[in-house]
Write a protein that binds this ligand. Structure first.
Ligand SMILES: CC(C)(COP(=O)(O)OP(=O)(O)OC[C@H]1O[C@@H](n2cnc3c(N)ncnc32)[C@H](O)[C@@H]1OP(=O)(O)O)[C@@H](O)C(=O)NCCC(=O)NCCS
Length: 164
């Protein structure tokens, strides 16, 4: 099944509340982030100055997915050079997975990066994020192992890059 979600930039208090709660839930439930860290990092105060939060809305206007496309000089950048754009915290509600929502969110980041004149989109994933890695490969990203770095938690951050 495929669903074309309605995408927009988070603007209202309700969208921000739903999106940050969703991201915290997805990352903690998936075992990717400790609850205390998610509660600190995935907040409006932290994310809003750093980039544009794209949210996917279902037919009832509930947030079912989100991704943060970082501004070019964002303080939350970990990879992107001045010629690249980076996104972070991609998440789709467990009940809405497999409908193409993640794909639409990532493609929107690629389209915006291209429109802004960037030369590439970069991101890193945890090795256990298998669905995400398949999604990136499907959308034309390639692994860039020369850019991988060790995460303090003990795993290697796997870098993916899509040249534009
Ligand atoms: C990665 C993620 C955003 C993908 O979202 P999504 O909307 O399910 O993405 P898509 O529908 O485009 O594709 C997901 C894949 O899961 C499959 N799938 C189908 N039904 C599914 C279900 N009920 N649950 C999970 N995956 C399902 C899809 O067929 C597709 O598989 P494929 O890549 O082998 O073709 C989502 O799995 C997620 O939030 N994961 C946890 C956080 C994460 O890993 N974020 C990435 C950070 S770098």
């Amino acid at each position: 099944m495929h669903m074309t979600p309605h995408l927009r930039e988070a603007a209202t208090d309700r969208e921000w509340e739903q999106a940050t709660a969703l991201l915290q839930r997805v990352y903690v439930a998936g075992g990717y982030t400790a609850a205390a860290n998610a509660g600190q990092f995935m907040t409006r105060e932290n994310l809003e100055p750093a980039g544009v939060l794209l949210v996917a809305l279902d037919g009832e206007d509930a947030v079912v997915g989100a991704v943060l496309l970082l501004h070019p000089a964002s303080a939350l950048r970990q990879l992107a050079t001045m010629y690249e754009r980076e996104f972070r915290v991609l998440g789709v509600d467990e009940r809405a997975r497999g409908l193409g929502i993640g794909e639409v969110l990532v493609q929107a980041c690629v389209d915006r990066a291209f429109a802004s004149g960037a030369q590439a989109v970069v991101l890193w994933t945890q090795p256990s994020m298998h669905s995400a890695q398949r999604l990136y490969k499907r959308l034309g990203f390639r692994r860039a192992p020369e850019r991988d770095v060790k995460d303090p938690r003990g795993f290697t951050r796997l870098v993916f890059q899509r040249d534009l």
